[in-house]
Design a protein around this ligand. Structure first.
Ligand SMILES: [Zn+2]
Length: 488
């Protein structure tokens, strides 16, 4: 399928712990699911790392010609505080703090999530299903698991029976919470075994988010939504499931168990996990006092920040490390990324503003191959960016030497496809384009005025001058023609 490079795309599959050739189940279609945010607070750097990483995965697959359906859920119920089996729902807790309804919390933070991802130039998923919008699908899957003997009901709670699934643990190599997190107190006394996990939970009277079910009034466990919604939109087996490394266990392990035991089919072919971010070498967290959310980075409005950091700098910085490596944020590192990005943009602008020369061709083929083979190596954006710098420097040198490559137009097309479409770091040109359009329109009016004067139609030529003047545009007639100035 659409092999543009010299080498086939290989992806690191957590399931096999090795890089595998990427062969979708039903080419050219690719089904891709990435666990979305739990919308109870603003998105932070960890979200940026995950969603920018998978954004480039998505964009590169599309570049290769695959028809990708990208599904990313919105968790608005069932995710309990501390990712635990017991305790308060994250949204309900935030609703209590902000004194609003849980659904108001969901609306507010779904909005800020997409606002911040849009700023980072992360493409929107094709489908962004909400957990609360898919309660019947989740109930149906739980029912099926009970029928298949993989789940049991006790006092209005339904648990997945881990002992019924021989393959449980195949993704993470784990079946239970590690001893390191052993401080967690097991309170769900009605489970048959401590590693069993909740599919459906009985709601107490004061619980706001609750629904009728065959087991009484309750709400879904956190993991079931992803199995139910990915299956609904991508089928019982699909190609790529992504998420943060921290979700491998228990969340993704549970997703696999639920889906495979419900359908008796392999759930996902390739599991991709992005690594985490640290802030100046430290783990980030609200309790550590160093949690800075994305919006605070964009505005500079946080006591630990000396200035605002544009979203494109954060995106570029993230892409300079591999998605499976940790990324350490600091203002110093961001500042380095900012100069790198400026340099990249200035090289692109030089190329964009230059016409092809009659000198010899630039070797675009090997440029393309080098870029693609980096991306084909498990989406190595860091290496792809290094190649961009290397090649663009060569091209700029040729331009500066008055030796512009004859195939510069093809180079421009290629640059758009990789820098704009794959990496999503094209120089911003909104303002520039508007300015260009304005000046082109004024030049056009100057030409019309010139014709009018040549035809002795002074009424029209004066009208053009006066009307432009009213708009704050001054025309100056000189011996080299007419120039203009726009009032600031
Ligand atoms: Zn998930």
């Amino acid at each position: 399928m659409a092999e543009k490079g010299t080498q086939q795309l290989h992806v690191y599959n957590t399931l096999s712990r090795k890089k595998e050739p990427f062969e979708p189940l039903n080419p050219p279609h690719v089904g891709m699911y990435v666990c979305g945010p739990t919308v109870y607070g603003d998105a932070h750097l960890g979200h940026a790392k995950s969603y920018v990483s998978f954004d480039v995965v998505l964009r590169y697959l599309r570049y290769l010609g695959y028809k990708v359906r990208y599904v990313q859920n919105i968790t608005d119920v069932g995710h309990l505080v501390d990712d635990a089996e017991e305790g308060e729902d994250k949204l309900s807790k935030q609703a209590r703090i902000e004194k609003v309804q849980p659904m108001e919390i969901a609306e507010k933070y779904t909005y800020t999530y997409f606002r911040d991802m849009d700023a980072l130039n992360v493409l929107r998923p094709d489908i962004a299903p909400r957990a609360t919008g898919h309660i019947p699908e989740q109930i149906a899957m739980v029912k099926k698991l009970i029928e298949n003997g993989h789940a049991y009901e006790v006092n209005g709670n339904v648990y997945f029976d881990v002992s019924s699934d021989e393959e449980y643990g195949k993704l993470s190599g784990r079946k239970t919470e590690d001893a390191e997190s052993g401080t967690r107190v097991e309170t769900a006394s009605d489970k048959k075994s401590p590693e069993d996990f909740a599919l459906w939970k009985k709601a107490e009277d004061k619980h706001i988010m609750k629904w009728d079910s065959p087991w009484g009034v309750g709400y879904p466990g956190w993991h079931i939504e992803c199995s139910a919604m990915s299956t609904k939109y991508l089928g019982e087996s699909f190609d790529i499931h992504g998420g943060g490394l921290e979700n491998q266990f228990p969340h993704h392990e549970c997703e696999i168990a639920q889906a495979e035991c419900a359908h008796d089919k392999n759930f996902v072919k390739y599991w991709l996990h992005n690594n985490m971010v640290t802030l100046e070498g430290q783990k980030m967290g609200k309790s550590l006092g160093n949690a800075i959310n994305l919006h605070e980075f964009f505005t500079g409005d946080h006591k630990l920040l000396t200035r605002a950091w544009p979203p494109e700098v954060i995106r570029f910085f993230l892409l300079q490390s591999h998605y499976r490596s940790t990324t350490d944020f600091s203002e110093e590192a961001l500042s380095g990324a900012e100069s790198g990005l400026k340099n990249l943009h200035s090289m692109i602008q030089t190329i964009e503003q230059t016409e092809p020369g009659d000198g010899k061709e630039f070797d675009l083929k090997s440029f393309k191959e080098a870029f693609e083979s980096s991306m084909n190596d498990d989406f190595n954006s860091a290496q792809a960016i290094a190649i961009l710098f290397e090649k663009l420097k060569e091209i700029r040198k040729r331009i500066n030497d008055g030796n512009s490559p004859s195939n510069l137009d093809e180079i421009k097309v290629f640059l758009h496809s990789v820098v704009e479409e794959v990496l999503g770091i094209w120089p911003k040109e909104e303002a520039g384009r508007d300015e260009q359009l304005t000046s082109d329109l004024i030049e056009m009016l100057i030409e019309i005025r010139k014709d009018a004067r040549a035809n002795k139609n002074f009424e029209l030529s004066d009208k053009i001058r006066d009307d432009l003047n009213e708009l704050g545009v001054q025309l100056m007639d000189g011996k080299d023609g007419t120039s203009f100035e726009i009032d600031k």
